[in-house]
Design a protein around this ligand. Structure first.
Ligand code: NAP
Length: 323
């Protein structure tokens, strides 16, 4: 809906994502609002809005808004990212719902990343790609997916989709979350005992937990020691989930076969970090999945429409739990 046909007082929505993302979001947001028959006064630049007139703040921690003073009538802060650890560090107001990004494009992207890296390690594709050209015809068939145990820590929007996709492919999948889940084809566990079970049996362990005080350095020396000999770790979640010294020691010793790491304590990963050159580590530069403007615009407008109808937002962050 364009400005000249707006009904009186449509909610003011301020896009406070990174400046270089404005152009990519402006049209999808406008079109999604039109499809939802929702009149929005959409401002793509914080310079075009007084903080005190903004109803909904579309927010990223690397955007132009760094503080929340003056945003006196906010009905919701809508994160552009799935992980809200960066936003929570800025201490957004406690009386305004903070909403995580859950959108189909990001979920599909994460499923692709996880499936690709799990299959790489399952089939030991590197053995042929990196092989020296010595012309040795050595047949060593990999096991079938059904004989390969994959564990997924975190069964939320992304973890559940990945666990299900892995299971549909045929892997023997178990997963772990705070509350017990029911996911077809996936052995779902919870609690401390459930964590130890998943870690103890996963030949390939995928991390899809948020970074919170409870999950920081969850993958420590003790838990790494309980992973099966030759296991592989795939981490597209957050760097601080892992005790990196313990992981490097296990990789150096050959206890773990490989670690595929997309996220780090410090990003960009410093040039001198041992992960860059470690033969058992693959570094990807936080590209596992991204918020996709087309599908994210649908999700954002859907959230605003819910609030305007007087319904609660979906995927509201629990400030006590940190996700
Ligand atoms: P989510 O829907 O909030 O799911 C989080 C899952 O972790 C839930 O199953 C939750 O359990 C579980 N969990 C959290 N704390 C736990 C604890 N202390 N013990 C046991 N389980 C716990 O999050 P999501 O959308 O799936 O995203 C997961 C993370 O992926 C994000 O936080 C972000 O850091 C990361 N991410 C990375 C990229 C990338 O490109 N690398 C892209 C997007 C997201 P309950 O279900 O019981 O609450």
């Amino acid at each position: 809906m364009t400005a000249d046909i707006l009904p009186p007082d449509p909610p003011v929505v301020l896009f406070a994502g990174p400046e270089d993302a404005r152009a990519a979001y402006a049209e999808p947001l406008g079109k999604a609002a039109e499809r939802a028959h929702l009149a929005l006064d959409l401002r793509m630049d914080p310079a075009d809005a007084e903080a005190g007139e903004v109803d909904y703040l579309i927010f990223a921690a690397n955007g132009p808004v760094r503080a929340f003073d003056g945003f006196t009538r906010l009905k919701g802060i809508l994160s552009l990212w799935a992980g809200v650890d960066g936003i929570l560090k800025l201490d957004p107001p406690h009386d305004v719902p903070l909403v995580r990004m859950v959108e189909d494009g990001m979920t599909l992207g994460m499923v692709d990343y996880v499936m690709g890296h799990v299959l790489r390690h399952h089939l030991d594709i590197d053995r042929y790609i990196d092989a020296e050209p010595v012309a040795v015809w050595e047949k060593d068939h990999p096991p079938l997916a059904c004989s390969r145990h994959v564990g997924v820590l975190g069964l939320g929007a992304l973890g559940a989709a990945c666990a299900q996709a892995l299971s549909r492919h045929g892997f023997d999948v178990s997963g772990w979350s705070r509350s017990r889940k029911e996911i077809p084809g996936v052995t779902c566990r919870d609690g401390d005992e459930g964590l130890e079970q998943v870690i103890g049996e996963a030949e390939i362990l995928v991390l899809l937990l948020p970074h919170t005080p409870d999950t920081e350095r969850l993958i420590d020396a003790d838990r790494i020691a309980r992973m099966p000999e030759g296991a592989v770790l795939v981490n597209p979640a957050r760097g601080p989930l892992i005790d990196h010294d313990a992981l490097l020691a296990a990789l150096d010793a050959g206890r773990l076969r490989h670690a595929t790491m997309d996220v780090f304590d410090e990003e960009p990963l410093p040039e001198e970090h041992p992960y860059w050159r470690h033969p058992r580590v693959t570094v990807t530069p936080h590209i596992a999945s991204a918020t996709r403007p087309e599908t994210a615009a649908e999700a954002l407008v859907g959230q605003i429409a819910r609030a305007e109808r007087g319904e609660p937002f979906a995927h509201v962050v629990d400030r006590g739990r940190g996700y």
